[in-house]
Design a protein around this ligand. Structure first.
Ligand SMILES: NC(=O)c1ccc[n+]([C@@H]2O[C@H](COP(=O)([O-])OP(=O)(O)OC[C@H]3O[C@@H](n4cnc5c(N)ncnc54)[C@H](O)[C@@H]3O)[C@@H](O)[C@H]2O)c1
Length: 323
């Protein structure tokens, strides 16, 4: 395997695990950080760590942005992320070689081709895809097992407009194993990371809401949840909702969501998540119904109503109708 030149920009939990993983795989890694304590810590462990990026005289390299993206209330605070990206843009300006910038931080969808691309182009004087490569490669590791998760990922997601950049990252990351999926739109990779975390959070809140009902009834929820997890196929079967843009329909899901809400009410348990599930479905049903009405100007009203009644909707979208 060919050894790559790698810079880790932001050497905290994710940066350190990423850099150490690449070092163990035989690549040449330099860590960048702005916190003196972090720099001293990594230097004491024998790593090449610097406070500034300098690409002059460097061969073609990959620069991984593993900068912090904390919350500021209900928003991401991207100020440190932007500052680190600015430093990378300035470093690119001082190099005659084509480098590749890889966004590994968790960022709002659209950031790679928005904030990152604009900042790098502004400070480097180059164009993305020409003067430098640009990709999204979100990290899925857990802080408690960061090094182990990096070394043995269950999923690797790579996205770039430039097929050569995708292949460059595939060569670098595929030796670590796990499933590897590629996309041409960086926003898709960013969205995957966001939706992955939000789905997990929603799943936890869903079972906690159910736990409140079960606790009120004196029923042990854990074996119930474990059995539903095996029976509901919810994660993989498209019939059960892993394609977007269509409401659930049929008889059972509308009946049982509303029925359970009423049941919980009778035992005095509030179910805000289930209420939101029903509301979201009503909203989607209204959107689809509007589309049917709009399309009816172009086609026979009667035909469309009939197909909608059978679960078919415009644009090839169909209701989710599990048995
Ligand atoms: N921690 C996790 O488990 C985890 C898992 C997946 C993804 N992520 C995401 O990865 C990103 C990094 O998270 P983390 O947990 O490693 O954060 P962290 O706070 O541990 O590390 C960030 C590092 O970046 C440094 N830094 C700040 N500004 C800098 C700059 N301008 N230039 C260079 N370095 C700078 C900080 O000093 C710090 O050492 C975030 O977007 C986070 O959401 C985190």
């Amino acid at each position: 395997m060919q050894s790559s030149r790698i810079f880790i920009v932001g050497s905290g939990v994710v940066g350190a695990a990423t850099g150490e993983g690449f070092l163990k795989a035989g690549h040449k890694v330099t860590f960048i950080d702005v916190a003196p304590a972090r720099i001293a810590e990594l230097a004491a462990r024998g790593f090449d760590v610097r406070s500034e990026i300098d690409l002059s005289g460097e061969p073609e390299s990959l620069l991984f942005l593993t900068l912090p993206t904390p919350n500021d209330g209900h928003r991401y605070d991207l100020s440190a992320f932007e500052a680190g990206t600015t430093a990378v843009g300035k470093a690119l300006a001082g190099s005659a070689t084509r480098h590749t910038v890889v966004v590994r931080s968790t960022v709002p969808p659209g950031t790679t081709e928005g904030l990152v691309e604009n900042t790098l182009e502004k400070h480097s004087g180059m164009t993305a895809g020409e003067g430098f490569g640009l990709a999204s490669n979100p990290e899925f590791l857990r802080a408690v097992s960061a090094a182990e998760d990096f070394a043995h990922p269950w999923m690797t997601v790579i996205a770039s407009r430039d097929p050569q950049t995708v292949e460059r990252l595939r060569d670098l990351l595929s030796p670590f194993g796990g499933e590897l999926r590629t996309f041409d739109d960086p926003a898709q990779a960013e969205f995957i990371k966001a939706a992955h975390n939000i789905f997990n959070a929603t799943k936890i809140s869903f079972w906690n809401e159910m736990w409140l009902v079960a606790q009120k009834m004196g029923v042990d929820l854990d074996p119930i949840a474990a059995t539903v997890a095996r029976s509901a196929e919810g994660s993989i079967n498209p019939q059960y909702g892993i394609r977007g843009g269509a409401p659930y329909g049929g008889v059972c899901l509308p009946k049982d969501t509303n029925g359970f809400l009423g049941f919980a009410d009778t035992i005095g348990v509030d179910m805000p998540l289930l209420t939101a599930v029903v509301e979201t479905n009503d909203r989607l049903a209204a959107i689809v119904s509007d589309e049917v009405d709009t399309a009816s100007h172009a086609a026979s009203h009667a035909q469309l109503r009939e197909s909608a009644a059978h679960g078919a909707v415009t644009g090839g979208r169909q209701q989710h109708e599990p048995a």
